[in-house]
Design a protein around this ligand. Structure first.
Ligand SMILES: Nc1ncnc2c1ncn2[C@@H]1O[C@H](COP(=O)(O)OP(=O)(O)OP(=O)(O)O)[C@@H](O)[C@H]1O
Ligand SMILES: [Mg+2]
Length: 578
């Protein structure tokens, strides 16, 4: 017996008479069978959020219970696909539009994949959940390590031999005292349930982005989490795209949440053509995208970030380092607020539901580095963009997210306005990972990496204090040494922190290059300071010197060029005249 719609409030529908409703289980709503999820049970009434447009839906239409929670389908073909918030593939190139109630398979059911079983897998083996049965080359760059679902265990009775299969073919048969299971090449996993792993581990391996201000000043470890709060047009999306292209992780999962439809479509179109700087192949080969634009139903936006992170966990479980880029989590929180309002819940701060911090925490806690169920090492690094209205960071989503993320890359409206990009403020940004990352980079890049980082950070801090003095009493009161420090700070800001995402030479800066640049600037600083102190060299005229201009343009050089420039610095500084 189906339930009956009693009341409709936007994306929320109140259903009477569903038999044995279960929270977080899915239903099909109305004659059109729209996908919905039971989010509350109030006596005889089930409260359902509907993932598709509810206009046209009528009172008394039937609602059918489906005996499973909201899941994501995981198998070969997820990589390089663009999905909507409920995992229907969006064919952007065709410009197709998904109709209401349309059930499209998340995975291509006709495509043949070449499967190679693991040689050590013999029949009779006792298997635990999450073990790898074989491999499929999913895209040119990603090998899908075909896992048995994490919640399945038993004795291997049959295993597909090497050959070509569609995803619904039989991969294996596994039995245990209570089950005899035929497994296809995919499995479904509930999106709101974190996938299990064996052990959480710590790591000092940095999540390198090629962005100097991040990698050198406010680094993040692989498996960590960061947030990018920024007002309108400050560069959140450009930064996310830069990460998608250059970040040191193997797999990307992008969740585009609540962006304007046409802008997201444009961005995706150009993304689909991007080549991967590390492999020379298409970027999309190692990326999976969920696009849920502002014109799509609000409840699907709520689900999309869980969809995204579950997909990320699936690849983590195969032993990959994965990054999750969510843009923007504020739009997700707004979806929660709207649904909560429809439910008549007592609102918390700024109308957001009181459980918002808990949900934000649960989302970021799904990042981390771990030993997977099959004994591999995998990680999820999560980066969430937050778009506070008017760039006001005191609002709830920014504040709550700060509690659960280890790095903060705060975008500053004034910097963006003055076209200092990336507009990451060095005044309020921070990283809790500096010590770990330093351990790693001291070995990989240079033993004195951390000393140079500290010096750069200190000069930027001292500049701030000197500026305060200048504002109070004017520049004339500063000593020549202090003026020299201001000059170096300008070199750091313009020559080092500024980085144009659209420049061929400078969009990506390796950890080595960033270090060499910082070192060159600091060596110049020391040499100049020595002449200022010992010989009374005046600082103001130096702003006109070609040498200063050349230091600002170090970023255009490669590592050898920077090294050569650094070697010539002593003689160049000696040539500076009064
Ligand atoms: N790293 C960068 N290098 C050069 N230009 C940049 C950079 N970051 C941002 N910009 C400039 O700023 C513009 C706005 O950036 P972006 O769209 O990323 O902002 P946003 O914070 O995502 O905006 P919204 O709030 O609308 O989502 C870009 O179109 C570009 O011109
Ligand atoms: Mg944006």
């Amino acid at each position: 017996m189906p339930g009956i719609i009693k009341r409709i409030a936007g994306p929320v529908v109140f259903v009477y008479g569903l038999e044995k409703p279960k929270k977080n289980y899915i239903v099909e709503v109305g004659e059109e069978k729209l996908l919905g999820e039971i989010i509350q049970i109030r006596g005889d009434v089930s409260v359902v959020q509907v993932y598709e447009e509810t206009s046209g839906l009528g009172i008394k239409e039937p609602v059918y219970a489906i005996d499973k929670p909201l899941t994501v389908r995981l198998g070969p073909g997820v990589m390089s696909t663009v999905y909507d918030g409920i995992q229907r593939p969006l064919d952007l190139l065709e410009g197709s539009f998904i109709g209401k109630g349309e059930k499209t398979s998340p995975l291509d059911l006709k495509k043949k994949w070449h499967f190679i079983p693991e040689s050590k897998m013999t029949l009779g083996t006792k298997l635990q959940g999450g073990e790898i049965l074989g491999r499929i080359q999913e895209t040119e760059t990603v090998e899908n390590r075909i896992l048995i679902p994490p919640n399945v265990h038993g004795e291997l009775k049959e295993l597909a031999s090497e050959g070509d299969y569609v995803v619904s073919d039989n991969l294996a048969r596994i039995t245990n005292p209570s089950q005899d299971l035929e497994l296809p090449f995919y499995h479904d996993w509930p999106v709101r349930e974190p996938r299990p792993f064996k052990l959480r581990i710590l790591s000092s391996k940095p999540f390198l982005t090629g962005q100097r201000i991040i990698d050198f000043l406010y680094p993040l470890v692989e498996g960590g989490s960061a947030m990018i709060p920024g007002g309108f047009g400050t560069g959140k999306t450009v930064l996310n795209r830069t990460f998608a292209k250059f970040a040191s992780t193997q797999i990307m999962q992008m969740t585009l949440c609540g962006e304007r439809g046409n802008e997201a479509a444009d961005a995706l179109h150009s993304f689909l053509k991007l080549t991967d700087p590390t492999t020379g192949r298409l970027m999309i080969d190692r990326t999976s995208i969920i696009a849920n634009t502002s014109n799509m139903p609000v409840a699907a936006r709520e689900a999309s970030i869980y969809m995204g992170i579950t997909i990320a966990e699936y690849y983590r479980d195969q032993g990959y380092s994965v990054s999750v880029l969510a843009d923007s989590t504020s739009r997700w929180a707004e979806a929660l607020r709207e649904i909560s309002g429809r439910l008549g819940e007592i609102p918390g701060e700024e109308g957001f539901p009181s459980y918002l911090p808990k949900l934000i925490g649960q989302f970021y806690e799904r990042s981390g580095r771990c030993i997977t169920l099959s004994g591999l090492e995998g990680s999820i690094t999560t980066i969430g963009a937050v778009s506070p209205q008017g760039g006001d960071f005191s609002e709830p989503v920014t504040q709550y997210t700060m509690r659960f993320t280890t790095s903060l890359w705060a975008l500053d409206t004034d910097l963006a306005r003055s076209r200092h990009f990336p507009a990451i403020s060095w005044r309020i940004s921070y990283s809790q990972n500096v010590r770990e990352v330093a351990e790693y980079l001291k070995k990989e890049v240079a033993p004195d990496w951390q000393e140079y980082r500290t010096k750069i950070a200190t000069i930027l801090q001292e500049e701030e204090e000197l500026e305060r003095i200048v504002r109070l009493v004017g520049k004339d009161t500063l000593s020549e040494t202090q003026k020299g420090l201001l000059l170096t700070a300008e070199l750091i800001r313009e020559g080092f922190l500024q980085q144009n995402a659209f420049s061929d030479e400078d969009a990506f800066s390796s950890a080595q290059k960033s270090y060499m640049m910082a070192k060159a600037i600091l060596i110049a600083h020391e040499l100049i300071e020595k002449r200022v102190k010992k010989e009374g060299l005046l600082v103001d005229p130096l702003y006109e010197e070609q040498l200063i201009e050349n230091i600002k343009r170090l970023k255009e050089l490669n590592i050898d060029g920077i090294k050569e420039f650094t070697d010539q610095l002593p003689s160049k500084v000696k040539e500076l005249s009064f």
